[in-house]
Design a protein around this ligand. Structure first.
Ligand SMILES: [Zn+2]
Ligand SMILES: [Zn+2]
Length: 94
């Protein structure tokens, strides 16, 4: 399940998805279709690439990859922020 979310701070639109594993919403970035975890400078993803579906969130992926707990937590925080302006946007009304 994905939805388009428009950031209230910068107006950029990005896709968000619900994690298959924990159900938490996470922002999709260009890193995800590339099979990477989202880094600070990865940009918003505004359309799903053909044949690609989001799966588990950065938090669950980092945990499964055996990352150190502080890294797992920081991936978990990052996935809740706008990929463009890095403001946390899931706690706000859409
Ligand atoms: Zn998850
Ligand atoms: Zn923003």
């Amino acid at each position: 399940m994905t939805a388009i979310r428009e950031c209230r701070h910068c107006g950029k639109r990005t896709l968000v998805a619900d994690c298959e594993q924990c159900g938490r919403p996470f922002a999709l970035t260009t890193a995800h279709p590339a099979g990477r975890l989202r880094e600070f400078d990865d940009g918003p993803l505004d359309a799903l690439p053909a044949g690609w579906q989001p799966g588990v969130c950065d938090f669950c992926s980092a945990k499964a990859a055996g990352e150190a707990l502080d890294k797992v937590v920081s991936f978990g925080m990052r996935q809740k922020t706008c990929p463009s302006c890095h403001t946390e946007f899931f706690s706000e009304p859409a």
